[in-house]
Design a protein around this ligand. Structure first.
Ligand SMILES: NC(=O)c1ccc[n+]([C@@H]2O[C@H](COP(=O)([O-])OP(=O)(O)OC[C@H]3O[C@@H](n4cnc5c(N)ncnc54)[C@H](OP(=O)(O)O)[C@@H]3O)[C@@H](O)[C@H]2O)c1
Length: 321
C-alpha cells in the first residue's frame, strides 16, 4: 500500500529521510481493527519523527501520521483517537506512562490503511467531511484540552495564542472565539495576522510586540522564540499552558518573574477519547470547522511536508487517499 514513512533520522534535513512509496499491509493484533484511511492530516509531530524525536532506529521504517478519518471493516465512517494506551491502563488516557501516539510505536496514519485498537475508533459525525474530521484528533484535541481542560479558561477571560498560523494555534483561536474568550494572537507575518483576525482573533500582534494590557492566560506551542514574551504578557496569577516547543525547548526560564507574579506553568498533552467526542460535538453544534490550508493526494505528501517545514501554511495540511 502507499504510505509516507521515515527511512532514517535527520535533524537538519528531515525531508531527506522522508519516502512516499510502498509499505506492507498493517498487521492487526487481537482487539485491533483496520481502517481504510480517507483523509489524514499532517502534524509537526511528523517532522519531529523525521528528526528522530520520539523514535528509535530499530523501529524504522515507520509510517508517519497521527490523525485519520476513514472507514472501518464494518463500513462505518470513523475518526481515529491517536493515543494508544496499555491495555491494562484505567483512567485519563493521557496520563498512562506507557501511552504512545500512532507512528511512535505502531505504524501511523499516512497510509492507505492503518491498524488501531477497536476502542480508539469514534463515529465520524455526518456533518464533518473526512478531511475536516482528520484535523481533529491531534492538533484540535490538544487545543481543546489546553483551553478547557488544563487551562480552565472562562468566558470573558483574555487569552494570548502564540504563533497563530499553526495547526494547534488555529484551533485555539477558533475554539477560544466560540467559547466566549477574548482572543489575542501573535504571528510573524502580516498576512498570517490578517488570517488570524478573519478566523476570529479580536486582535493580532507581531511576535514579541508589547500588548495593550496583560492577559489571563497564554497558549504556548512555539517555545524558545516566544517564551519570554509569554511570561511577560501575563497578569499576576496568570497561567501559561504549554503543549509544544517548535522553535526550541531551552529558553531562559524567567524563574524570578514566575514566582514573583505567582504565575502557573501548566503542561498539556493531546486529550482523552471523551474529550475528542466532546470536541466533535462542539464542532457540529456550533458549526466550527478546522482551517484547512491545503488538501493534497497522499502521493504528493512531500509538498505538504515542505510547506510545514517552511511554516508557510495557515492551518492544517490534509492528505487524501
Ligand atoms: N503535546 C501535544 O500533545 C502536542 C500536540 C500537538 C502539537 N504539539 C506540538 O506543538 C507544536 C505545534 O504543532 P503544530 O502541529 O500546530 O505545528 P505547526 O502547524 O507546524 O505550527 C507551528 C507554528 O509555530 C510557529 N513558529 C515556528 N517557529 C517559530 C519561530 N521561530 N518563531 C515564532 N513562531 C514560530 C509558527 O507560527 P507563525 O508563523 O504563525 O508565527 C508556526 O506556524 C509542535 O512543536 C508540536 O510538536 C504537541
Amino acid at each position: 500500500m502507499l504510505a509516507a514513512f521515515a527511512t532514517d533520522f535527520s535533524r537538519d534535513d528531515p525531508l531527506s529521510v522522508l519516502q512516499v512509496g510502498e509499505r506492507p499491509e498493517p498487521e492487526c493484533p487481537s482487539g485491533w481493527t483496520t481502517v481504510s484511511v480517507r483523509a489524514a492530516s499532517l502534524n509537526h509531530h511528523d517532522l519531529w519523527s523525521l528528526r528522530g524525536v520520539g523514535l528509535k532506529r530499530e523501529q524504522l521504517p515507520m509510517i508517519l501520521g497521527c490523525d485519520a478519518a476513514g472507514v472501518d471493516e464494518d463500513g462505518r465512517e470513523v475518526v481515529v483517537h491517536s493515543v494508544i494506551n496499555d491495555p491494562d491502563w484505567r483512567g485519563d488516557d493521557t496520563l498512562d506512562p506507557r501511552r504512545s501516539l500512532l507512528s511512535e510505536r505502531h505504524q501511523g496514519t499516512l497510509a492507505e490503511r492503518v491498524a488501531v485498537p477497536r476502542s480508539n475508533l469514534l463515529e465520524k459525525p455526518r456533518e464533518l467531511s473526512f478531511e475536516e474530521a482528520a484535523c481533529l484528533p491531534t492538533a484540535w484535541l490538544t487545543a481543546y484540552r489546553m483551553l478547557f481542560g488544563r487551562g480552565r479558561l472562562r468566558p470573558g477571560e483574555t487569552v494570548l495564542v502564540q504563533g497563530a498560523s499553526g495547526g494547534v494555534a488555529t484551533a485555539l483561536v477558533a475554539l477560544g472565539r466560540a467559547a466566549g474568550l477574548r482572543v489575542w494572537a501573535t504571528a510573524r507575518s502580516e498576512e498570517k495576522r490578517r488570517r488570524a483576525l478573519e478566523l476570529g482573533a479580536d486582535e493580532a500582534f507581531e511576535s514579541g510586540a508589547r500588548l495593550p494590557e496583560r492577559v489571563d492566560a497564554v497558549m504556548e506551542t512555539v517555545g524558545s522564540a516566544t517564551w519570554a514574551h509569554s511570561v511577560r504578557s501575563l497578569r499576576p496569577g496568570g497561567r501559561i499552558v504549554i503543549s509544544g516547543a517548535t522553535s526550541g525547548d531551552a529558553p531562559p526560564a524567567e524563574l524570578t518573574r514566575i514566582f514573583f507574579l505567582q504565575l502557573s506553568v501548566i503542561g498539556s498533552t493531546m486529550g482523552t477519547r471523551e474529550e475528542l467526542a466532546r470536541l466533535m460535538r462542539l464542532c457540529v453544534q456550533r458549526g466550527i470547522r478546522p482551517v484547512i490550508d491545503q488538501t493534497l493526494p497522499l502521493a504528493d505528501a512531500r509538498r505538504g511536508f515542505e510547506r510545514m517545514l517552511e511554516a508557510e501554511m495557515f492551518g492544517k495540511i490534509v492528505f487524501t487517499v
